[in-house]
Design a protein around this ligand. Structure first.
Ligand code: GLC
Length: 725
């Protein structure tokens, strides 16, 4: 470029030229190998700046680093959609609205009831897209804690009682979410299976049970989905807090499973500085700045603060301990690198953030709502349908009585940090009115007498019952399996007034149905169905959709029959998982207890036939994949989907093994008369058990029974193979 007469301009041009040709720091080069970017960014940090990465900056974000252009990591709850990241505890949050117009997906238990990994992956992808549009980088989900007792207040948020089903759902959700560049956070690590005294509880659980029941979904999230964040739980496990438990966080998570992301504490769940950092907690949330107002709020709880604590990874506490050597520099460096790795791997430095100066955009598009509706439709479980009272034929109906406390409101989700506030929701009453059309009189009543009178004079009566976000929630467990007061009486009275009574249930956990089920020909469990619950329920009731959901939790007849009965909620802040591996259907099978509705149960408006079960090879060696094939036919009058379930039983073993364990499944859609070959695979992991003596998974040669069916109690075909070393 020709020099000009004005030296200043020339200098400016020269500077600009240099600046433009100055190579970007390697870590800003999105094409550079990830670990090279991590190294480059890590080496640019001062020791103090590394320590600043280990504690939160606000309620839902980290500090970031202005000098190097590291943005704060912006988080949001929750597994069923983007929940507002504001908090009364965070005076500094810019006026974030208390409700964010995002898509409310069905609760986790409903997603599990779809047994459809592809749909759950689409859910993860969709929530990630919404998070990005709202400027968030990390979603605090999925929740994968096992439903140990029907009373856990957050059963709705998890994927039910079986570790294999929970693992498949978690892997799909995480792959969908992280595929879009949003960090997923598998939670709550580990053995967080009750709300009662969650912040102080010590869970006493043997190593085999921990590894066979409570850890598998976390292991799959790390090893199969490459999850970039794990949230440690509030409780202790075998004597030490999850947030500073070196066996959990370092030995198992980071060393044995090779976890490369970062462990974030649950909110206000840390209890020390050196032992927490050295155990492998990488990020303490929420930020120290929010703690005074947070503890003021918590202190107002009835009974005061029940044990929440935090602020131990503030720089002012960590730095002196690094200087004294009580905290190893290696621990600080490892935590800093893990956080940087997750941010770099998810492209947080490589993308523009949306302009959020104005109100948040409505990200609940019709396309996304359609996915939520499909999930609600596929997740609903038809538990009973005597005399094929369902589906309803609008052409043959004069009038429909729509009754009960959940009829005119959509119970999209359970209470607490996971509840999403979509811009619009469909409730059953409106949806039934729309679907029935003008030729059918649809009337509504909630109170008992009015409801009974209306039922008596209607062609059919549909009673909408169950819990809601106020009665089934984070922070407290359910008092019993009973429906909320008055609902049993309502159902019984309506069923007595009209034999064509259908019950639709909203809840995240099994409920006691024994007081009225015998007199009620149909029962549909819609769970907490997300924003499109009403439309999904109407489409199922009228047969526009054919129910295909299967129970991810057993419905027991009585709480006394349940595995944890007698060892829940524990005494003096200690709870013994005395039932061991016999959780869920494993328990009912082992103890030969008849459930109300078994794990894996779900009816259809058509029927399916199974034949030609075969396994190859019949005599596999360790490590050989066993291929299981069978034919499934839709032998009924309408299209439908069946979830074929494969359970495995080791006939003879050195340890006690359950009568059957779910090890594979496939959801298959079939037209009337159509038959498909279903292929399922078993690998060595399918056949193994955790051997506490070896502190590892073990396999034994011998005979394995293969049980294939439509539920854990509806086994249609059996065969066996002989495993050799
Ligand atoms: C809550 C929940 C956790 C949530 C976090 C942030 O206490 O246990 O699931 O992600 O705090 O809201």
């Amino acid at each position: 470029m020709k020099s000009t007469k004005r030296p200043l301009a020339a200098a400016a041009v020269a500077l600009l030229t240099v600046a433009c040709t100055q190579p970007k720091p390697l870590w800003q080069d999105s094409k550079a190998p990830l670990e090279k970017r991590v190294d480059a960014l890590f080496l640019a940090l001062t020791d103090d700046e590394k320590v600043d990465l280990l504690n939160g900056g606000g309620w839902m974000e980290t500090h970031g680093n202005k000098r190097l252009g590291i943005p704060p990591l912006r988080m949001a709850d929750g597994p069923m959609g983007v929940h507002s990241w504001s908090s009364p505890a965070d005076p500094d949050t810019p006026a974030t609205p208390k409700s964010i117009p995002a898509t409310a997906f069905p609760a986790g238990v409903a997603m599990a009831a779809t047994w459809n990994p592809q749909l759950v992956e689409e859910e993860g992808r969709t929530i990630a897209q919404e998070a990005l549009a709202l400027g968030r980088d990390q979603i605090l989900g999925p929740t994968v804690n096992i439903a140990r007792t029907p009373l856990w207040g957050r059963n709705f948020e998890g994927y039910g009682e079986d570790p294999f089903l929970a693992s498949r759902m978690a892997v799909s959700y995480i792959r969908g979410m992280q595929g879009e560049g949003v960090i997923a956070t598998v939670k709550h690590f580990a053995a967080n299976n009750q709300e009662t005294r969650r912040a102080t509880l010590d869970v006493r659980v043997d190593e085999r049970t921990l590894n066979e029941i409570y850890l598998p979904a976390f292991k799959a999230a790390v090893e199969e989905a490459g999850v970039f964040s794990v949230m440690s739980s509030y409780n202790k496990i075998n004597g030490d807090w999850a947030s500073r438990n070196p066996i959990l966080l370092t030995d198992i998570l980071k060393k044995k499973w090779g976890f490369r992301g970062f462990v974030v504490s649950d909110w206000a769940s840390t209890h020390s500085t050196a032992s927490t950092v050295n155990a492998g907690l990488d990020l303490e949330m929420p930020g120290a700045a929010t703690l005074p107002s947070l503890f003021e709020l918590i202190g107002k709880l009835p009974g005061g603060n029940p044990g929440y604590d935090s602020g131990y990874l503030a720089a002012s506490k960590v730095k002196p301990l690094v200087a004294s050597g009580e905290i190893s520099k290696a621990a600080i460096d490892d935590s800093a690198r893990r956080i940087l790795r997750a941010m770099l791997a998810m492209g947080i430095f490589d993308r523009q953030r949306p302009d959020l100066s104005g109100p948040p955009p409505n990200v609940d598009t019709p396309g996304r709502r359609a996915i939520a509706q499909a999930a609600a439709t596929e997740g609903a479980v038809l538990l009973k349908n005597e005399g094929a009272i369902l589906p309803l034929d609008a052409g043959k109906l004069r009038s429909i009585a729509v009754l009960g406390p959940n009829a005119a409101a959509n119970r999209s989700g359970g209470g607490g940090s996971s509840l999403v506030s979509p811009p619009a929701q469909s409730n059953p009453l409106e949806a039934i009115r729309r679907r029935a059309g003008s030729g059918v009189e649809v009337a509504y009543a909630a109170e008992l007498k009015e409801a009974v009178d209306l039922a008596r004079r209607s062609t059919v009566a549909i009673v909408f019952v169950g819990t809601n976000a106020d009665t089934e929630s984070e922070m407290f467990d359910r008092p019993s399996m009973d429906l909320p007061a008055g609902q049993d009486e309502l159902i019984a009275a309506v069923a007595a007034a009209n034999p064509r009574t259908i019950v639709v249930l909203n809840s995240g956990c099994p409920v006691n149905v024994t007081r009225w089920l015998a007199r009620t020909p149909a029962l549909l469990d819609a769970w907490f169905p997300g924003e499109a619950g009403g439309d999904a329920i109407a489409s199922l009731l009228f047969g526009d959709s054919n129910p295909s959901g299967k129970l991810p939790v057993t419905f027991p007849k009585d709480l006394k029959d349940t595995p944890a009965y007698g060892h829940y909620p524990g005494t003096n802040d200690s709870v013994e998982y005395a039932e061991g591996i016999y959780v869920g259907y494993r328990h009912y099978d082992k103890r030969n207890i008849e459930p109300q509705f078994p794990f894996g149960h779900g009816l259809s408006y058509t029927k399916f036939e199974y034949r030609d079960l075969a396994v190859l090879p019949k005599s596999p060696r360790y490590g050989q994949v066993v291929q299981v094939t069978l034919k499934v036919k839709n032998a009924g009058p309408r299209a439908g989907a069946e979830v074929v379930q494969l359970y495995l039983h080791q006939v003879k073993s050195a340890v006690d093994r359950p009568p059957k364990e779910l090890k594979a499944f496939r959801r298959v859609e079939l037209k009337p008369g159509e038959e498909q070959t279903v292929t399922l695979q078993l690998d060595r992991a399918s056949m193994s058990f955790f051997d506490p003596a070896a502190k590892d998974w073990a396999t034994e040669p011998g005979e394995f029974e293969v049980l294939v069916g439509a539920s854990s109690r509806d086994i249609r075909l059996k065969t066996a193979f002989e495993l050799f070393e």
